[in-house]
Design a protein around this ligand. Structure first.
Ligand code: GLU
Length: 323
């Protein structure tokens, strides 16, 4: 009964690697409305562990853009201030025999830091599994090359993960066959995206993850980590549970690719400078979800009664340079 009545907790999780654009805003709009339309809570979490891709000032600008557009949130966190917590989560996985040090390629190690947007995940066959008895041994091995090992999650062959995405439907992946032992942390304690996001979702009591569907293929690995960490997370937050997932179709350029600089300027800041009203932007994006007429202005608050996830088209939303 308690679980049924539990309050929904959603989150907005920008990476300050660049300016907020229409694609980010459309997904955040769905996440915010999904929580607020049932009286739920919203968390703002700055995912700033992706050095050197993070840009100075981008976190502050993202917050300003979100506030200008009418977003609000109840709690705010910055991942770079939570490294000790991720270290504890990693220790728990090591203790369970689910994480091990790896001395393989630099590229793999670097890839641990970023959210693996579609097509960016690499397969790793487990070369270093069982090879080193400790982090120190692995790090001594690499010291002459001036490199440090990374940590990987042990995904045994046949590790199948199934879940039902609230928008995309039934999903299944044999993580051991598709990803192999995926990376968790870049160096001894530097959590990567998967470890940090999963740990945070559990400890922050997030009940629903709403994000772009290019992260759908990253979800099975996250579920494995979440399930492994859940008992530990519950010792810190008794209300912790594995969240549900809702992957929203992406906003793309006319070439069908995820919105990027080459598609022209769709940054929120540019709309603001060009004199757009925030309700024109929200209205434009809400119309693409079927919640208001095209050309209509809308505020996030006014959209709460119109919020209807079933109306969001399953095709991606194609945007041309509109500024
Ligand atoms: N910070 C990630 C990104 O902007 C999103 C991660 C997530 O929602 O899980 O790509």
């Amino acid at each position: 009964m308690e679980e049924i009545l539990a309050r929904k907790v959603g989150r907005l999780a920008p990476s300050p690697t660049g300016a907020l654009h229409l694609g980010n805003v459309r997904t955040f709009m769905v996440a915010w409305l999904s929580a607020r339309s049932c009286g739920g809570k919203v968390i703002l979490r700055m995912e700033d562990l992706d050095h050197p891709k993070d840009k100075p000032g981008a976190a502050r600008m993202a917050k300003e853009d979100l506030e200008w557009l009418g977003f609000d949130w109840d709690d705010e966190y910055v991942q770079s201030q939570r490294k000790n917590i991720y270290r504890e989560a990693l220790d728990e996985l090591v203790r369970k025999g689910l994480a091990y040090p790896c001395v393989c390629s630099r590229r793999d190690v670097a890839s641990a830091q970023s959210a693996p947007h579609a097509g960016e995940q690499l397969f790793y066959p487990g070369t270093c599994r069982g090879r080193f008895s400790s982090w120190k041994e692995a790090s001594d091995f690499l010291a002459p090359a001036g490199r440090v090992p990374c940590w990987r999650f042990r995904a045994d062959p046949g590790t199948k993960v199934s879940f039902t995405d609230a928008f995309a439907g039934a999903q299944e992946m044999d993580v051991g066959a598709v990803l192999g032992d995926f990376p968790l942390a870049r160096d001894e304690g530097g959590a990567g995206y998967t470890l940090a996001a999963v740990t945070d979702d559990l400890l922050m009591g997030v009940t629903e993850v709403v994000r772009g569907d290019d992260l759908l293929p990253a979800t099975p690995a996250q579920l494995l980590v979440a399930r492994a960490l859940l008992p530990w997370a519950r010792t810190r937050n008794p209300g912790a549970g594995v969240p549900s997932y809702f992957h929203v179709p992406l906003v793309t350029g006319p070439d069908g690719m995820r919105l990027a600089k080459r598609h022209g300027d769709t940054r929120v800041a540019s709309f603001r400078e060009a004199g757009w009203h925030p309700e024109e932007i929200i209205g434009f994006l809400a119309a693409s979800c079927g919640w208001c007429a095209s050309g209509e202005r809308a505020s996030l608050r006014k959209l709460i009664p119109a919020f209807c996830p079933e109306k969001i088209p399953h095709a991606s939303f194609v945007v041309r340079n509109v500024v």
